[in-house]
Ligand binder design. Structure first.
Ligand code: PMP
Length: 282
């Protein structure tokens, strides 16, 4: 398989990563994961827009237009003939002698991207997954899709080493999002989720889910809820590019609703599925 290195599609072993790449030394960079269905990219424009927005927030100037980048990603999935899977793409600030200050004048950012063929987690989507709570110890710019993921990693490890699929993060009592997902509770026919702010990543899947809610007539309230309220929800969902619409059926061992994916969740999944299947191959 081939990979994208800056503006070239090359064999993986041709790629050389600089010793003093700021992504490598500081996590000074940003990334995206874009899902591939039917050999085509899902919500690519939204992901590319968020990538440029993240870059802007940390003063990285991406040296390609959005259209050129979009085309390079298409070329990569065509070259690798990926049918279902994803593209991982990252951009670091570039290579410069190690110092905290931004290089002045700026250096050329370093882009790397690769594809992965990967099956969808259909069993988990059908049966639901278990989650736990964890303190949200991350920084206050969670809106940036930064390569710095130590807080997320520590929470995910705490979850998975205890047999949980995801850690649901909270600041004081208020739930923000999952360690690598957005989260939602449904109570008495209303879907609640944390509003878009510096405390969460504005998930692309989150936006797709909110439009699914509109289509099925499920009212949405974008306001934070507490861990206690979470346990009293009728239904609970987490979402991300790779997990899609994932029912959460227990948190910290306490059953949510009747312990099975709920009716609203299933409806959202159906509408989500129709959006995926309307994607035609390249
Ligand atoms: N929040 C965090 C912290 C994440 O890492 C992710 C997945 N990258 C999400 C939310 C979901 O975002 P998206 O739907 O765009 O994948």
């Amino acid at each position: 398989v081939k990979v994208l290195w800056n503006d070239r599609i090359v064999n993986e072993d041709e790629v050389r990563i600089g010793f003093e790449d700021r992504g490598y030394q500081f996590g000074d960079g940003i990334y995206e994961v874009i899902k591939i269905y039917n050999g085509n990219l899902f919500t690519a424009t939204e992901h590319i827009n968020r990538l440029y927005a993240s870059a802007d927030k940390i003063q990285i100037v991406i040296p390609y237009t959005k259209d050129v980048l979009h085309k390079m990603l298409y070329d990569l999935i065509e070259t690798n003939e990926v049918n279902v899977g994803h593209i991982y793409l990252q951009i670091t600030r570039g290579i410069s002698p190690r110092q905290h200050n931004l290089p002045n004048p700026p250096v050329e950012p370093v882009l790397t991207a690769y594809t992965k063929e990967a099956a969808r987690p259909l069993d988990q989507q059908k049966n639901g997954v278990n989650a736990c709570f964890d303190n949200d110890i991350r920084w206050l710019r969670c809106d940036i899709k930064s390569l710095n993921l130590l807080g997320n990693i520590l929470s995910k490890e705490k979850a998975s080493s205890n047999g949980y699929y995801e850690a649901i993060l909270h600041r004081d009592e208020l739930i923000t999002e999952g360690s690598s997902s957005n989260v939602y509770g449904i109570k008495d026919g209303v879907l609640y989720t944390h509003p878009v702010s510096n405390l969460i990543l504005n998930g692309i899947t989150r936006n797709v889910i909110l439009s699914c809610c509109e289509e099925i007539g499920l009212p949405v309230v974008e306001s934070a809820f507490t861990t206690t309220q979470a346990l009293e929800m009728d239904e609970f969902i987490m979402s991300s590019t790779t997990t899609e619409v994932m029912p959460v059926v227990s948190i910290d061992g306490q059953t949510i609703g009747n312990g099975k994916p709920g009716q609203w969740t299933k409806k959202i999944q159906q509408v989500f599925e129709s959006k995926i299947s309307s994607l035609v191959s390249l």
